[in-house]
Structure formats: structure tokens, C-alpha cells
Unconditional design. Sequence first.
Length: 144
Amino acid sequence: MNQTPLKAATVFLRLALAGAFLSAIADRFGLWGKPGDPNVAWGNWDAFVEYTAYLNWFVPESIAPVLAWTATILEASIAIGLIVGFRLQHTALASGILLTLFALTMIFAIGIKAPFDYSVLTAASGSFLLAAISPQTPFSKSNS
């Protein structure tokens, strides 16, 4: 069986997931525009921290900046790992777990529609699939 389409698809999936994480990071630092601009979710760090507090209503609001920084650091680390293919199985699994946590907080804070509108569950599923097939992917470092 020709593995070329599978290999191409896994590279595309890695880059698409990494791009989504990096785009979200860029948005929260205002690189896509200011708050209220078209296609801008947050536009600055303060708006992102406020959104983080809203989604994580079940923890004290004072924890929101810590959660916001934790999410940002995890997203950046996962994006880099996906791009370079470092320990791909673990990186993809971490991506799926993080995205599932995002989806769950969205469901409980906003409702079931939000994670579907933003394809969070689709991205999580893609991450879990990538983790499952990562030994067959090109351009990746050891999965052990």
C-alpha cells in the first residue's frame, strides 16, 4: 500500500494544528489586530486573561493570569514540537488533551455550540489520531 498520502496528511495535520496554536497566541498579543477588529478574538493580553477567567469560572479569578500564561506556554511548546516533530506521539497527545480541556471549559462556560463553531473538538480528534499514527509519520524525532 502506498503510504505517501498518509505521510503527506500527517505533515499537513501537524502544521495545521501548530498554525492554529500560533495564531491564537498571536491574537492574544495583538498581532492580528486590536480588540473589536474583524476576525480578532482578543486583540490584547488583558482581554485574553478576562476570557480565561470567564471560561474557568470555577476557580478564583486571581488564578486567571496563571492559567492564561500556562495555556500560552503549553500552546507554544506544543506548536514547536509539532513543527519540528519532536517526540511526536507525546506532543500530539498533549495537544489532544489540552484541546479537550479547552473544549470542556467552553462547554461548561458557554455551551456545546462554541467548541463546534471553533472546531476545537475536531482539532482534538486530529491530535489524538496523529498520536495514534505518529510512528508512521515523516520528519519526526524519536517517539520513545
